[in-house]
Write a protein that binds this ligand. Structure first.
Ligand code: SAH
Length: 250
């Protein structure tokens, strides 16, 4: 039997945001591997083994997936959102590059998903409608001074920004430091969106100006969008709409 590895993104949470090609891959799979809460999103069925693993063991999980595929299994590696955005796709390719030569003949495919920043942007209007960038605020895999440098240069370039992993129990202070840098470098009326648990029943979208932003507004289920200097808020009857115009004048 020919094995394969599909690295799939399950989207931000809503079942409707899982793409049909990922549903089809899960239907054909023999094994699913991933971080516990993502594997729990898969409906169990006969013939499908679910392998849950803890956070921070991405390389072990990737090696396990490749090993199983080499034995003929059809393996789906699940991430939330998109698997190429701060998720498992890079981990699988790190394992592949440094693993046994035989893994290079395996069928390994990445299937995209809707990443948190795009779901959050859609839920709040079009804040990423002009140039933007995404920064992972976790310093697990890179030093803090790199995060700070990228943040300062992104503000200088006037990108809208999406911050992933803004704040966790093990990193309670980093996001406060990020807000401090934003206050030093941006105007007080800069628009921020705290988008929590987007597309799930717990979704919360909180639009605030930088001068009113507080570290506690973010947690691990929040993606924070920061507008560029041109990002605007329209007060509509039902909600506030945030958008960034398509053009920048000369
Ligand atoms: N691969 C994922 C990102 C994984 S990093 C993706 O493409 O979305 C985990 C971070 O993603 C979280 O800390 C949070 O910042 C963000 N995130 C994931 N799902 C989210 C959701 N439904 N709502 C808001 N933020 C989310």
């Amino acid at each position: 039997m020919t094995g394969w590895v599909v690295i799939a993104g399950l989207g931000p949470g809503a079942p409707d945001m899982v793409t049909p090609e990922i549903t089809a891959a899960l239907r054909d799979a023999t094994d699913v591997v991933g971080y516990i809460p993502y594997v729990r999103r898969i409906t169990p069925r006969d013939g499908l083994r679910l392998h849950e693993s803890d956070n921070r063991v991405e390389i072990d999980r990737a090696q396990h997936a490749l090993q199983m595929a080499a034995e003929g299994k059809r393996v789906v590696v699940v991430s939330s959102g998109d698997p190429g955005v701060f998720a498992m796709a890079s981990a699988v390719f790190e394992a592949l590059e440094h693993g046994p030569e035989t893994w290079r003949s395996l069928d390994v495919r990445v299937l995209p998903g809707i990443t948190a920043m795009l779901a959050a942007a859609a839920a709040s209007g079009a804040p990423l409608g002009h140039d933007f960038c995404a920064i992972n605020l976790s310093d697990n895999l890179k030093p803090w001074n790199v995060i700070e440098k990228r943040l300062r240069l992104s503000v200088e370039a006037d990108f809208a920004m999406a911050f992933y992993n803004p704040r966790s129990k093990s990193r309670p202070d980093g996001f406060g430091a990020v807000l401090k840098i934003l206050r030093e470098t941006c105007e007080p009326q800069r628009v921020l969106i705290f988008a929590r648990a987007v597309s799930t029943p717990e979704q919360e979208i909180n639009v605030v100006f930088l001068c009113d932003a507080k570290p506690e507004m973010a947690d691990m289920r929040t993606v924070v969008l920061v507008g560029s200097s041109l990002t605007r808020v329209i007060d509509c009857d039902a909600k506030q709409i945030v958008y960034t115009p398509r053009s920048v004048s000369q």
